[in-house]
Design a protein around this ligand. Sequence first.
Ligand SMILES: *Cc1c(COP(=O)(O)O)cnc(C)c1O
Length: 406
Amino acid sequence: MLQTARTASPAAPPPWGTLAEVVRPFPAPRPPEPILLAPPTPTGAELAAIEASLATGWLAPAGPVPAAFEAALAETTGLPDVLATTSCTAALHLGYRVLGLTPGDEVWTAGLTFIATIAPAVQMGAVPRFLDVTPDSWTLDPDLLRRELARAARRGRLPRVVVPVDLFGQCADLDAILEACGRWGVPVLCDSAAALGASLRGRHAGQGALLAAFSFNGNKIITTGGGGALCTAEPRLLAAARHLATQAKEPAAHYQHETTGFAYGLSSVLAAIGLAQLPSLSARVATKRGLFARYAAALADLPGCTPMPEPAWGRSNRWLSVILLDPARGAPDREQARRALAAEGIEARTVWKPLPLQPVFRDAPRAGGAVAARLFDHGLCLPSGCGLTEPQQARVIAILRGLWRG
Ligand SMILES: *Cc1c(COP(=O)(O)O)cnc(C)c1O
């Protein structure tokens, strides 16, 4: 006969184990399914698109399929000249090259961004300068930019390029930034990595910048399973970028090079995935905006909890739903919230750690930074995948709400 845990001597458990160890509830309780931050969402059309791409006979990062993807992106973004690349980081690298960045040049960007915004420029020997963001958009502060440009002009050391970032799918105030930079003839390269489908005063993200770069990484709103694009309305810049992306081969029967380039073209197979995904962009934006609205409504009454603001001039694609948790106003600490979700298999992440706070940039020049630092301290990115179901979102919300009950 089995002994129960109550009758077994704790010093000498029976060889067959306690009742609790031997008799398992049936069916076994399954751990709740993990919920990821922003997993890719296939449309179901990808395999057929890949087969069609193979049927063209092109397996190279060239040919009709990348060209069709580029044409579709031109249509989507309203930027007529498009180069599909292996990543957004590669597109930004090409952007820095065609703008003629040289060692010692300054590149200015928002402190609150992912390192890929600036990494290629730093690798080219440029000096990054990090400017703060505004609390109402979380993107590059145009007034600060205007003041810093005037000071830099007095020093005789203007940046080679200014790089606003469309944060989490929310456009920077590109018009104000273009006006500030235009005064000094400084070109603007927009990191619109996460902003496909977002808009600014009725125009698609990136429109108006000299160059804009987009990402099709697996976590972005549209994915190719790794990819990017450089977009412009300047055909000569695009031609130069395309030349560099394909090993800078001169038009000659033999291999002839006047500079060194890259292998940065997007493969036909991956472009086919992008072509299959792109028609669902506006539906995805609607889905993500719906997720954000549900989070915002369900958490609205909680003290110290505020959703990422959306300025009147922009329409975010809400790539990620982000909230601020301010302990001084009665909210739980952001790390406490993140860990509580993680304990339930739910992936939430901090807002980007500002680049001026990164060890690698400890000596980089900067202007301001208090706003970005506060957003990092309090900001939490919540699960935002297009496939997030209502019950899943309800679980996330219930765990968060539970934190206020202690
Ligand atoms: C995703 C992202 C990138 C990098 O895109 P890749 O395609 O992975 O190179 C760059 N900047 C920002 C702001 C991003 O969100």
